[in-house]
Design a protein around this ligand. Structure first.
Ligand SMILES: Nc1ncnc2c1ncn2[C@@H]1O[C@H](COP(=O)(O)OP(=O)(O)OP(=O)(O)O)[C@@H](O)[C@H]1O
Ligand SMILES: O=C(O)c1ccc[n+]([C@@H]2O[C@H](COP(=O)([O-])O)[C@@H](O)[C@H]2O)c1
Length: 271
């Protein structure tokens, strides 16, 4: 697979690489706007999802509530986008299993969430390119949102949904390119879920990103939850129960394929 391609600027059509036989999932994407006075948005969460947890899924529900109560947006859909194997983060299971677990979690526990495998099954794609891919599929290919009782189509804004640790890395020098930050935070924007136990508080994290403040929406966690994939992997390795930290069908999948259990011959099959 060749390197990520993002050609041209906002005024020209970007060209994307794609995994073999790829089609953009949109079976749960709502393209008919209910509230024409609002701006339609789609939420995209990028990450490892190794494995997906209830916190990852809760992020979307928190975002729905936040958007309804605090913004003039209308949420039209939500996607997890698991990162490529080439990201090579410790504990990163193969994309095949991570996509399967996200699919099981979204299809079996949600009515509106989807998984886009585009990023997972090819070379590493920067987040700016991933958001451009969503923008292209939703607005250029599918034509954006339709207004009620009208043929008029409207541009759906893609918004990055992330935890506050991700926004912290955005203010660390050398992690993200300045051009990409301007693209992600200037063009798309982000909804940030406060992460319990995160080193930096959200105000500090966003100070360095102040020029994009109007596009950064901070959501406090009203019910604190600091489940992380790292802790789940650790528990499994130690043979501890992870039940109620992630959807039961995902635990069944992990057990069935003996995932994360390399040194856990004592892994409790009942979870
Ligand atoms: N407990 C949490 N609170 C807030 N955000 C979270 C939490 N766990 C994950 N996220 C967010 O979910 C997104 C996907 O993250 P990722 O899959 O890399 O999760 P992770 O649980 O941090 O993984 P790992 O533990 O393997 O580093 C990121 O934006 C991350 O900030
Ligand atoms: O695009 C970038 O430059 C970039 C820099 C750092 C992280 N990311 C993305 O952030 C997501 C979470 O990364 P991490 O390391 O916090 O698990 C993952 O989807 C990465 O592709 C993206």
């Amino acid at each position: 697979m060749s390197a990520p391609l993002l050609e041209g600027n906002d005024n020209s059509s970007p060209h994307f690489t794609a995994p073999p036989n790829y089609t953009f999932p949109h079976h749960r994407l709502n393209l008919l706007q209910r509230y024409p006075e609002k701006q339609p948005i789609v939420l995209v969460a990028c990450g490892s999802f190794s494995p997906v947890t209830y916190l990852h899924l809760r992020m979307f529900e928190m975002a729905l509530d936040y958007v309804r109560q605090n913004t003039d947006f209308e949420v039209m859909g939500g996607y997890t986008s698991p990162v490529s194997d080439q990201y090579k983060k410790p504990g990163l299971l193969s994309a095949h299993h991570r996509v399967n677990m996200c699919t099981i979690a979204t299809e079996q526990t949600s009515q509106w969430l989807m998984v886009d495998p585009w990023e997972a099954f090819q070379s590493y794609q920067r987040t700016a390119v991933v958001l451009d891919h969503f923008d292209h599929e939703i607005n250029t290919v599918l034509g954006g949102a339709q207004l009620p009782s009208s043929d008029e189509r409207r541009h759906i804004r893609v918004v990055l949904l992330a935890g506050s640790d991700l926004i912290s890395t955005m203010s660390e020098p050398g992690v993200w390119s300045e051009t990409d930050l301007d693209h992600i935070l200037g063009k798309y924007g982000t909804l940030i879920v406060e992460r319990a136990g995160s080193d930096m508080d959200m105000d500090t994290a966003t100070e360095a990103l102040a020029r994009w403040r109007h596009n950064i929406f901070l959501m406090p966690q009203l019910i604190q939850n600091d489940v992380s994939s790292t802790k789940v992997r650790l528990f499994i390795r130690r043979g501890l129960s992870v039940r109620y930290l992630l959807p039961a069908p995902v635990i069944d999948y992990i057990e069935e394929h003996s995932l994360y259990a390399d040194d856990a011959s004592n892994y409790d099959k009942k979870g």
